[in-house]
Design a protein around this ligand. Structure first.
Ligand SMILES: O=P(O)(O)OC[C@H]1O[C@](O)(COP(=O)(O)O)[C@@H](O)[C@@H]1O
Ligand SMILES: [Mg+2]
Ligand SMILES: [Mg+2]
Length: 333
């Protein structure tokens, strides 16, 4: 089999379909390189002294792990001098990070969740990195948070890396979804899955069921029906999986279908869910839609939501189209 590297794939896309501007291609390569470095740190574990708490909190009041902080630094450092960006934003930073004046600047803006699935770091369960690329607004001078507040439909690229039994990078630039596997010996990303497609129908769902008592009626009804199995209204049995790393749950869904949910619930009625819109839900929604799936907040398409702040939270229902449409429909009844 002919091996196609990430670089070759991107160059071909640029040449044959004219779908990836050179600057965007180079930016994706820098992000992919940073993910390689993070993967290396993750795989060292205790040997690399990267496990455990960093002894600090992020803007969302979550305790930062050493690897959250390190991954954030790796992504910042790699992308600062790349010359393709105007600014970056991250789950781990309160405000945006404009490219310092000493470096060349570009027309893109990068958002990331440097380390997704933080609670799994210390127990050697799959974790990952999620990223989203936007274009800087026309005529932008000094980037502000406001410049980032674009709906997900404006993303020009999105992807994630999973640091699991294998390290993979899953990418879309709006022309389907492709998966690259890290060849550690060669140090390169090799194209291993072209045009990933999420099956429309599924028998698998993912939700943190320990929150069941707080769910609102549409989610409770939907899950009750799934759990009733072949004697219930759905007339078939469903299986459940919850990894507690969104990257790993979404990767499973991209490979074999399923529906992933992190709904808003009655615990904190003012908080529209746990996950963050701009660097978790939007990039995943872009990938899922590009693979033939759907992504909503229970009421509307995630990528249509106009963000009002950088760290905005959102309810998430994504994956196999028929199930996402069903649970979204229950919210309208
Ligand atoms: O702890 P819970 O409720 O199972 O939540 C798990 C969810 O939280 C997250 O870990 C949030 O992401 P971070 O680890 O980047 O904060 C998701 O990856 C995952 O789906
Ligand atoms: Mg996350
Ligand atoms: Mg994170």
């Amino acid at each position: 089999m002919k091996r196609v590297s990430l670089t070759q794939y991107l160059v071909e896309e640029q040449r044959l379909h004219n779908s990836i501007p050179a600057e965007l291609r180079l930016l994706i390569e820098v992000v992919a390189r940073a993910c390689k470095t993070i993967s290396h740190a993750v795989s060292k574990g205790a040997l690399g002294e990267v496990l455990g708490s960093a002894g600090s909190e992020n803007i969302q009041g979550e305790v930062q792990k050493k690897l959250d902080v390190l991954s954030n630094e790796i992504l910042l450092e790699a992308n600062e001098w790349g010359g393709h960006l105007a600014a970056m934003a991250s789950e781990e930073m309160e405000t945006i990070h404009p490219i310092p004046n000493r470096y060349p600047k570009g027309e893109y803006m990068l958002l990331f969740d440097p380390l997704d699935g933080s609670s799994n770091i210390d127990v050697n369960v799959s974790i990952g990195t999620i990223f989203s690329v936007l274009k800087a607004p026309e005529g932008m001078k000094d980037p502000t948070e406001q410049d980032f507040l674009q709906p997900g439909s404006k993303q020009v690229a999105a992807g994630y890396a999973v640091y699991g039994p294998q390290t993979v990078l899953v990418l879309t630039t709006g022309d389907g979804v492709n998966c690259f596997t890290l060849d550690r010996e060669m140090g390169s990303w090799v194209l291993t899955q072209r045009d990933m497609q999420i099956p429309v129908e599924t028998k698998e769902y993912a939700i943190n069921a320990s929150n069941a008592r707080h769910w609102y009626p549409p989610v409770k009804r939907y899950i009750d029906e799934l759990q009733a199995g072949d004697t219930g209204p759905r007339g078939k049995n469903f299986n459940m999986r919850w990894i507690a790393s969104m990257v790993a749950d979404v990767h499973r869904i991209l490979n074999r279908g399923g529906v992933f949910m992190y709904p808003a619930d009655a615990r904190e009625p003012d908080k529209p869910g746990k996950l963050r819109l701009m660097y978790e839900a939007n990039p995943m929604a872009f990938l899922v839609e590009q693979a033939g799936g759907a992504a909503t907040n229970g009421k509307q398409r995630i990528m249509d939501i106009q963000p009002t702040k950088l760290h905005e939270r959102v309810a998430v229902f994504l994956g196999s189209k028929s199930e996402v449409e069903r649970v979204t429909g229950y919210h309208a009844e």
